[in-house]
Design a protein around this ligand. Structure first.
Ligand code: PLP
Length: 466
């Protein structure tokens, strides 16, 4: 709405005059026909709309705004970079912010990665990781490795390759005729939902042998990569794996020469209380990793693929024979995005925000549990997650109250002043992923708003149905 040389102030003057508000939205929104409120500013954990409503950002959008809103240090870093240089194409140049940010990420990863490539979105990062895996095998003299194994109910993004790698039916179904047959899916790792009547060990054994059977069926020498979210996110709502699942997966993939990709676009960059999620989940690094969302914390669109030394070595060997990495996007490695993310990293470290995530995450779980005690007892409402990546699953409530609740509860929560993320349709659940800077008082406020919204929806449903 604010294009080109709009003089300062003219845009808000239009808003004040109510002219833009009266017009029908010119944006193709996700929900056609829904009237979206206009967000005009942000401060800390709050977003402010044009009619002055203050909304507590209880999910950081979709686990993006980890530093909250209006952080002047990050804004200054982006603006300073814009003044120096906004854009220089990566076919010709590198930039100081990109080089420095790559070094910071490598240094914080304890030798797990030796190179980084920056993109603009999580989907682009996933596409790029898949292409790197494919090219790695070509350079290694195994061009027959073409298959990619993903998992049911995973979400890896919306571009066609990422959509094929994931398996979120509502986002995927319309496009499935366009998706490559090189993608295959095995069971998700969700012990609480799928492991009933089994010990965790037996459940994990089953999953690992299912993956091994899939590899054997496809042909062990034809599988290029396996991709997993270490902590399931958008579709299932903060599902951590069983204790030794990720290390066993890495071992299995290594035995078959398959590259393992961890998609930490949502769960990485401190969200679950460690810099990388896998560091708390068995401690075994992948061959390739995607990050996004919290990397730029929403101040600029930025994502990345992190490459293990062995993958880099294959590329370096390949480049001796004049081979290249054949992929690229116009805005990759954008210096303003990298400058902003460098400031985000500086603040995360200086203010010890990742340990604060651990503390606030436990507090969020305990206040929600206290607030939802009667629902927990009556309907087996449950909680899961790590750090500030927590999910309330409505359990049997939808059966008792006439259908899924998540969207209605999220809408009611919004009306009462907090935004939370709806997971569906595989689960009826709400995801909480507030900014890392959230205080104990704001945690209590978020929980109170949510619990009151749930109670209002319950009352409504009981009134209309029972
Ligand atoms: N990977 C994961 C695990 C995600 O959660 C998402 C988005 O929610 C993506 C990839 C895609 O990221 P983007 O929406 O930035 O393309």
């Amino acid at each position: 709405r604010c294009y080109g040389r709009t003089p300062r102030g003219q845009h808000s003057a239009l808003l004040k005059a109510g002219q833009l508000k009266k017009m029908e939205s010119a944006i193709l929104h996700r929900s056609l026909g829904k009237a979206y409120p206009t967000a005009v500013s942000g401060q800390g954990v709050y977003l402010i709309t044009d009619n002055g409503q203050k909304i507590l950002d209880g999910s950081s959008g979709a686990a993006v705004s980890s530093l909250g809103h209006g952080n002047t240090e990050v804004i200054e870093a982006v603006v300073t970079q814009a003044r120096n240089l906004s854009f220089a194409h990566t076919s010709f140049f590198t930039s100081d912010p990109a080089e420095e940010l790559a070094r910071v990420i490598i240094d914080r990863s304890n030798g797990a990665f030796s190179k980084v490539t920056f993109l603009s979105s999580g989907s682009e990062a996933v596409e790029t990781a898949l292409k790197i895996a494919r090219q790695h095998h070509i350079y290694n003299g195994e061009p027959e490795r073409i298959h990619i194994i993903g998992r049911m109910h995973a979400y890896h993004g919306n571009t066609l390759g990422a959509l094929a790698a994931g398996n979120n039916p509502p986002r995927r179904d319309a496009f499935s005729p366009l998706l490559s047959s090189a993608f295959h899916h095995v069971s998700r790792c969700f012990y609480d939902a799928d492991g009933q009547g089994m010990s965790e060990g037996v459940y994990e054994d089953r999953l690992i042998s299912e993956i091994e059977s899939k590899i054997e069926t496809l042909g062990p020498k034809t599988v290029a990569a396996m991709i997993v979210e270490p902590v399931g996110g958008a579709t299932l709502g903060s599902v951590p794996p069983t204790r030794t699942y990720l290390p066993r997966l890495k071992d299995l993939c290594s035995r078959y020469g398959i590259l393992l990709i961890f998609d930490e676009v949502m769960c990485g960059m401190g969200r679950v209380g460690s810099y990388h999620a896998w560091q708390q989940l068995g401690g075994v690094a992948p061959d390739l990793q995607t990050i996004g969302k919290g990397l730029g914390a929403g101040y600029q669109p930025l994502s990345a693929v992190l490459l293990a030394p062995k993958v880099v070595a294959a590329f370096e060997e390949g480049s001796k024979k004049s081979l290249k990495f054949t992929s690229g996007h116009t805005f990759q490695g954008h210096s303003m995005g990298c400058a902003g993310a460098l400031a985000v990293h500086r603040i995360l470290k200086r203010d010890q925000l990742i340990s604060h995530v651990g503390e606030m995450g436990m507090l969020l779980e305990s206040v929600l549990q206290k607030g939802l005690l009667s629902e927990i007892n009556e309907y087996a409402v449950s909680m899961r997650g790590m750090g500030l990546f927590r999910t309330v699953d409505f359990g049997r409530m939808q059966v008792a109250l006439g259908g899924p609740l998540a969207q209605e509860v999220a809408d009611e929560t919004f009306r009462r002043g907090a935004a939370v993320y709806t997971c569906s349709p595989a689960v009826d659940a709400i995801l909480f992923a507030p900014p890392f800077i959230i205080t104990a008082k704001e945690v209590a406020e978020l929980s109170d708003i949510f619990v009151s919204a749930l109670r209002a929806v319950t009352k409504r449903r009981k009134g209309s149905k029972l």
